[in-house]
Write a protein that binds this ligand. Sequence first.
Ligand SMILES: Nc1ncnc2c1ncn2[C@@H]1O[C@H](COP(=O)(O)OP(=O)(O)O)[C@@H](O)[C@H]1O
Ligand SMILES: Nc1ccn([C@@H]2O[C@H](COP(=O)(O)OP(=O)(O)O)[C@@H](O)[C@H]2O)c(=O)n1
Length: 229
Amino acid sequence: MQHDPVHPVVVAVDGPAGSGKSSVSKEVARRLGWGFLDTGAAYRALAWHAAACGVDTADAASVVSCLDSFDYRIGTDPTGYTVHVGSTDVTQAIREPGISGVVSQVARVPEVRAHLIELFRAIMAGERRGGIVVEGRDITTVVAPDAPARILLTASEEVRMARRSAELVGHSAATTGQQLRARDAADSKVVDFMNAADGVVTVDSTDLDFDQTVEAMLDVIRDAQVRTG
Ligand SMILES: Nc1ncnc2c1ncn2[C@@H]1O[C@H](COP(=O)(O)OP(=O)(O)O)[C@@H](O)[C@H]1O
Ligand SMILES: Nc1ccn([C@@H]2O[C@H](COP(=O)(O)OP(=O)(O)O)[C@@H](O)[C@H]2O)c(=O)n1
């Protein structure tokens, strides 16, 4: 798995909400000196854009009509990236519960997925560091099925809910848990991110702390490096 300056090494990571995909992948990328791509941010930003345009996110045709004007920009620096739609910085706004509540409606639209997958592949191909860690729901299976290292990051539902509700100050644990469960259920109808596809290594972080999870993921990447030379 040597660095080819034209093709960065891709590490594909999938998993349900709150499993640690974003935070752990970011730290793994930071330690390797590689790039990091949070694909969920694009679905969230499109939900934000549709709402800002006054579009009903439940109406697939209306969401598709927003794609042409969706000017999305994201960096791949794991030490700090911002998300922009046009000139508006939406880095914080896309994490609001109002966006989390409607993002699955946007993500289930096939034209949206095709559009964003193309965008992700262009960002991956443009990475100038030695590699890029890409996380989401369909990275191991659809976006980068040929990636040398593919990981399904899981954790029990109870642990995932506890981690997410610890982040969201001012929201009850019950509401946060309910929203997370509803989002996973809606997203699971579109792609399977609860079961590892062939060749995908599962890292279960239920009983691992943050640092142990980072190490477990680095182990999978090192194994892949040995395997693929
Ligand atoms: N192994 C772990 N042990 C404890 N906390 C963790 C672990 N992995 C992630 N976290 C924390 O859980 C929260 C959710 O993680 P996040 O990366 O946002 O998950 P995801 O991107 O899968 O939704 C974050 O606050 C993160 O710091
Ligand atoms: N590769 C991806 C990534 C995200 N998504 C969608 O985008 C939403 C937000 O993703 P996210 O990664 O920010 O979600 P969290 O798990 O971090 O809360 C998900 O709930 C999915 O609806 C997707 O469909 N495919």
